[in-house]
Design a protein around this ligand. Structure first.
Ligand code: MG
Length: 411
């Protein structure tokens, strides 16, 4: 099957440097989004893709071979991160596609994404390894909320963090006319899937599609580095044909044009060191939890681990508080506010000194009198309701009970 493609990358409008990298080396195509202080981010993404650049299609087991190479890349990023003081704590996402005849193998770690456009539908092929994705999976927040969640960049998996990295891999049959998009979160955090689909539909040339996606993310704020690869399978309308032969791979992708902001683009340039951006506040809570090694106080390495542990702990607490607050926002209860029966939004407790509730409606009903009635004696602890409406029903019930002669009360 023939393939044509386009690639574009941009530093964006906020970051100083581009820590994204891409690899376009038929049969392997990949994007990586590096992170880590100093120059760590772009070293991590470049190193990972450089390692993947030596991928060769085996006679059998291409998907497994791809996963193996990504694990190798993980080890290299870890080694570099541990042996070089400036690079400590660096990590990277990696989303790769390897084509093999009429199949594509997609491997993925982190929050960069692969999409498939087929028959004018856009399907996300990868699931983000992020805390908010986990919250979506657990039904705690909606996918819409996830898109704007303040903790959306907290990764639960990344290269460079732990041994024995878990790599998601998917093999799919490619149909003529399929278009595969690889991108970093600089695109997807700003552009909705619907808009991505529209651009992909409106731009038949893969290079124009890649350029325009980057441009639109920049126009939408460009608050992160943006990298996009668009791959078209078996288009009939010319372009650079690629033979399916593994022995004589032809250049698979039209050469990248300069991105809108003048950031140098191109296969090798992207893989060599670009200066790094300010560190993203990233953490890998799951990965860290899975890593039982303890910090050795005193050693440089220990000191670093300790510091990273602390950062992770803070990130976990922030995430937990955010999660609980999101949860609390949907809870209602009837309780005592200054001696009056009142409706609260939230949960009747405090967390780390944060009050997780506020009064929504107060009434003229005495809380003390209500508590003397058997059904409402726990009023000051809060009587839970599933909605504001339900809370109002409870208040009405209290009102009725209090006005019923002989119901006790008397306070
Ligand atoms: Mg990014």
């Amino acid at each position: 099957m023939r393939i044509r493609g386009g690639v574009a990358t941009a530093v964006g409008r906020v970051r100083e440097r581009n820590e994204d990298a891409f690899l376009v080396q038929d049969p392997v195509f990949a994007v990586a989004d590096g992170m880590g202080g100093h120059r760590g981010g772009n070293v991590a993404s470049a190193l990972a893709l450089e390692t993947l650049g030596s991928f060769r299609l085996p006679d059998q087991g291409a998907a497994e071979a791809l996963v193996e190479d990504i694990k190798k890349a993980n080890e290299r990023v870890m080694e570099q991160g541990e042996s070089n003081r400036d690079l400590r704590g660096m990590g990277t996402t990696l989303t790769a596609v390897v084509r093999e005849d009429a199949k594509a193998h997609i491997a993925h770690v982190g929050d960069s994404r692969a999409y498939l456009m087929r028959d004018n539908n856009l399907q996300q092929l990868t699931l983000d390894h992020t805390l908010v994705q986990q919250m979506v999976a657990e039904g705690r927040i909606s996918p819409q909320e996830a898109g704007h969640h303040p903790q959306r960049s907290i990764l639960t998996r990344a290269l460079g963090v732990e041994d024995g990295l878990d790599v998601d891999v998917l093999t799919m049959d490619v149909h003529p006319g399929d278009r595969v998009l690889l991108c970093t979160d600089g695109l997807t955090s700003l552009i909705e899937d619907g808009s991505i689909l529209r651009v992909l539909e409106e731009e038949p040339e893969p290079q124009s599609a890649a350029d325009r996606l980057v441009r639109e993310a920049n126009n939408a704020g460009g608050d992160d580095n943006i990298t996009v690869i668009v791959l078209d399978f078996d288009r009939q309308d010319g372009g650079v044909p690629i033979t399916g032969s593994e022995t004589a791979p032809a250049p698979s992708v039209t050469s990248p044009s300069a991105p809108p902001d003048g950031e140098p683009a191109g296969n090798r340039e992207a893989l060599t060191t670009k200066v790094s951006a300010p560190p993203r506040e990233e953490a890998w809570p799951q990965a860290q939890r899975a890593r039982p090694r303890r910090a050795k106080p005193g050693g440089k390495r220990g000191a670093w681990r300790w510091r990273r542990g602390l950062i992770l702990l803070v990130a976990l607490i922030v995430a937990a508080v955010t999660g609980i607050r999101l949860f609390a926002d949907r809870q209602w209860y009837v309780g005592d506010s200054g001696g009056r029966v009142a409706i609260f939004n939230g949960i009747p407790t405090k967390l780390l000194g944060l009050r997780l509730h506020h009064v929504v409606e107060t009434t003229d009903l005495s809380a003390a009198r209500a508590e003397q009635l058997q059904p409402w004696r726990d009023l000051h602890d809060g009587i839970n309701a599933n909605s504001l409406r339900e809370a109002r029903t409870i208040v009405e019930q209290i009102r009725q009970d209090l006005s019923t002669p002989g119901s006790g009360g008397g306070g």
